[in-house]
Write a protein that binds this ligand. Structure first.
Ligand code: WTA
Length: 801
């Protein structure tokens, strides 16, 4: 028998028609030989209990062990004698029993001597628990396991191993390698990050103290510095360094317009030319190092060009998502007082034209009322959306991009900056109305975004990478622009809506450019497309529940692509908890383990660290290079919001569980936690239970005031297409929650929702749902950033159904 993988089933093709002779092999070493019906994986312990017949297998499927599991018509692929895969022509739809073998594989993967060397110091305790997996820690013994390439069942407990082929080519190919690197990053952060930073260009090296920090408010002001004294430039490292290394003719950006067939591209050299022209213009109009520049652009190539041009001359960019209203834009202009605003006249998203220049005009009028006047408004003429003649114009202030920028030279000397000089401001919403200007500096952010991109996506220079985020959000900063370009990657930028002209547009783009790494919020549909080029999937922004994870894995990735479920925040600059594909087996719905240099801790309400399996508030101990340094103009708010709740730690605002195996499960913002009769329940947990119902497509849960229970659970539910609303469905949804979590978690109300109010980045706006649930309809607030504002009216109309 020729092994097709070191972890596989083989069968003897000369067997009779009802049963096949199958053997289990680990690295070519036979483990068991049994007679089984093809298409069924059996736990070795169950082998004697069944009689190799379909009827006894059906009996097994009704046994206690499997009673919680659903039927899943899986046709199992087996490896035949020649090493190719064979699929049973008549698969029996039966549940997949758990198989015991992951542990065997674990033992083979893991080098026991390395495991023994792991110190028992506090910060490594979670990795220690992972290292003890082979001895049978916790949940692992109940898990089903598959290897990349095999479909996952709709079970709650799954474990997905990277295939050997995948691990072999991966940058971090094993748990041991991860542990070795992680251990060094924690025990010797200075050495670990200096080695990585040395791969970039520094005009002058940083001071001997690689970093300096105070993360404890009780000991004075919060301060985080990395590579201080080091002189560099992130634009130089994104462009010039790659061009000098021979990548000048490599495509930096493929741009796909809203209309299919409307596209263009820029090589790294062409991109630098354009960046330099804009940088020269900015210098000419008097933008200096440290000045801020507001960029209010849609996903045109001019958006990353503008970001890089600011970075080249040491100016601080503040990108405002082009879906924000004029009031929101004005608020940001007043706060950061930019030297100029860069925008375009209009954009086409799907079949709609949005006149951005009008919004900017209104914002500039508004900010004038607050005494902030902006002298220059640089406007890109987006001819596909609007003609120049139709654009309202303020002479003396407004300048057409196309009229001036191409007249400037295509070379521009870099302005060298200190690693701790500000790179950008990005406003993010807080619990109060005033947005927070999250400030990131240059050196640490550069090193951190580049490194997280490289490892979390197992980046190879041949990859074609597409992150669907808009540069108006942190994901577009760190993982459309800086992270990928610091690695010399080819990125795709898409101007339009994901469902225009039809629901398959994203997969069209994946096939057209042969995308290999696809990073998105997984709310898209898949139809009739190949997607063969994909090798890694990424997800961000919301806890991805196990059902959605399985859909993403099974359907989008054809069970072939590992998923990097990346947990992080605007404030963290880059990934904090993320799988490293190739290193660890994944559990659907878990963001897995911390990235290098990150020490996540879970604390209770008193701020006491909890060990082992637990749930609580997610904090981070110690700094990491990509951390934000302050809130612009309000260091006190920075300290109060993030460092005072649990002194000694950075508090993320998220809830998190850690299972016995050390895997992290994000449970949502703590303000999304509902307290029902003293029970703390993450909204994500209830949503996950609802979504596991076969007729539920999507769910969002909020808490509403309840006289007796403190808070009641209110669930908005979207049913799968074609399923009518009915009392029966309502009851069975509630039953699903009762069954999966407990009676206390049963929703008081199921509110039918044809759609949910989401931002264009896919985040559900629970603030709006809370207002609808509590019938405070006059307090809905700003709905202008919703992908589809019409869903709000639909939800209100269905309130009493
Ligand atoms: C949530 C987006 C679960 C979380 C990068 C966090 C996630 C907030 C995940 C930050 C994930 C982000 N799993 N939850 N993989 N990623 N979140 O600042 O609540 O827009 O605090 O940054 O999104 O949102 P932000």
């Amino acid at each position: 028998m020729a092994p097709c993988s070191s972890y596989h089933w083989t069968y003897n093709s000369s067997s009779c028609c009802r049963t096949r002779r199958a053997s289990w092999e680990v690295f070519g070493e036979p483990q068991v030989q049994i007679q089984i019906p093809i298409s069924v994986l059996l736990p070795v312990s169950s082998v004697e209990a069944v009689n190799n017949t379909k009827s006894s297998l059906r009996k097994w499927s009704r046994s206690a062990e499997s009673r919680k599991r659903k039927n899943y018509p899986l046709s199992l692929s087996l490896c035949n004698g020649s090493g190719s895969k064979t699929t049973d022509p008549n698969p029996i739809p039966i549940p997949i029993p758990p198989i015991p073998s992951p542990r065997r594989r674990w033992l083979m993967m893991s080098n026991s001597s390395t495991r023994k060397n792991i110190s028992t110091s506090n910060h490594l305790r979670h990795v220690e628990s992972m290292a003890s997996l082979p001895s049978g820690a916790g949940k692992i013994s109940h898990l089903n396991a598959v290897i990349l390439g095999e479909a996952l069942a709709s079970e709650e407990d799954d474990l997905v191993f990277p295939s050997d082929d995948f691990s072999r080519q991966a940058l971090v190919p094993s748990p041991d390698k991860y542990l070795e690197m992680y251990k060094r990053s924690i025990e010797d952060p200075a050495g670990f990050w200096s080695d990585i930073a040395s791969e970039f260009y520094w005009k002058e090296k940083w001071a001997p103290d690689v970093y300096s920090e105070n993360m404890d408010v009780r000991k004075g002001n919060i301060k985080i510095e990395w590579f201080k004294g080091g002189i560099t430039n992130i634009c130089y490292n994104c462009l010039d360094r790659n061009i000098e290394a021979g990548s000048g003719s490599k495509i930096a950006i493929y741009w796909e317009g809203n209309e299919p067939g409307c596209d263009s591209s820029l090589t790294y050299s062409q991109l630098r030319d354009k960046v330099c022209q804009l940088a020269n213009y900015l210098l000419k109009i008097g933008v200096e190092k440290g000045d801020s520049v507001i960029i209010y652009l849609p996903m045109l190539m001019e958006l990353p060009i503008a970001m890089l041009a600011c970075a080249r001359i040491g100016a601080v960019h503040s990108v405002v998502f082009a879906g924000f209203s004029s009031e929101s834009l004005a608020q940001r202009i007043v706060d950061c007082k930019p030297k100029l605003v860069i925008t375009c006249n209009a954009v086409r998203r799907g079949s709609k034209v949005i006149q951005l220049k009008d919004i900017v005009d209104a914002a500039l009028r508004e900010s004038n009322n607050y005494g902030i006047s902006v002298d220059v408004c640089l406007v890109y003429e987006n001819t596909s959306a609007m003609k120049r003649e139709e654009t309202k114009w303020q002479k003396g202030r407004d300048v057409w991009w196309q009229d001036v920028i191409p007249t400037y030279p295509t070379t521009c000397a870099v302005r060298w900056v200190d690693a701790e000089d500000p790179l950008f401001l990005l406003y993010t919403s807080g619990s109060t109305g005033k947005p927070k200007g999250v400030l990131h500096t240059t050196g640490g952010y550069m090193v951190y975004t580049a490194t997280t991109f490289k490892y979390a996506f197992d980046y190879k220079s041949s990859d074609i990478y597409w992150c669907t985020a808009d540069c108006g959000w942190i994901t577009g900063h760190s993982y459309v622009t800086y992270g990928p370009m610091l690695n010399g990657a080819t990125v795709i930028i898409y101007e339009g809506a994901p469902n225009y002209p039809n629901a398959g547009r994203c997969w069209d783009i994946v096939d057209k450019y042969k995308v290999t790494i696809f990073y998105t919020a997984p709310t898209l549909y898949v139809t009739h497309y190949s997607r063969k080029s994909l090798r890694i999937l990424g997800s961000v922004g919301e806890p991805i529940n196990p059902s959605a994870w399985r859909w993403f894995f099974n359907v989008v990735g054809d069970s072939r692509c590992p998923i990097s479920d990346t947990w992080w925040q605007t404030e963290t600059g880059g990934f904090m908890i993320t799988p490293l594909p190739g290193a660890w087996p994944q559990k659907p719905g878990s963001a897995t383990f911390p990235f290098f240099g990150v020490q996540p801790v879970i604390v209770d309400e008193k701020g006491v660290e909890i060990e082992g399996e637990c749930s609580g508030y997610l904090c981070v101990k110690g700094s990491w290079p990509g951390a934000f340094r302050t809130l612009y103009g309000d260091h006190e708010r920075y300290e109060t919001t993030y460092f005072k709740a649990f002194p000694g730690y950075y508090f993320s605002g998220d809830g998190c569980s850690r299972d016995k195996d050390g895997y992290h499960w994000l449970t949502g913002r703590v303000d999304d936690v509902i307290n029902v009769s003293g029970h703390r329940i993450g909204t994500a947990e209830i949503e996950s239970a609802l979504v596991s119902h076969s007729q539920c497509a999507e769910a969002a849960v909020v808490g509403v005031e309840h006289e007796v229970k403190g808070q009641g659970i209110y669930a908005f539910v979207t049913l799968v297409e074609g399923v009518p609303y009915s009392e029966d469905v309502r009851k069975s949804l509630i039953l699903a929650v009762r069954n999966q979590i407990g009676a206390f978690a049963a929703p008081e109300k199921i509110h039918w929702a044809p759609g949910l109010p989401k931002t264009r980045s896919g985040k559900i706006m629970r603030r709006i749902l809370r207002k609808i649930a509590s019938k405070q309809l006059d307090e809905l607030g700003d709905t202008s950033t919703l992908a589809d504002p019409a869903v709000v009216d639909q939800l209100i109309a269905l309130g009493d159904c």
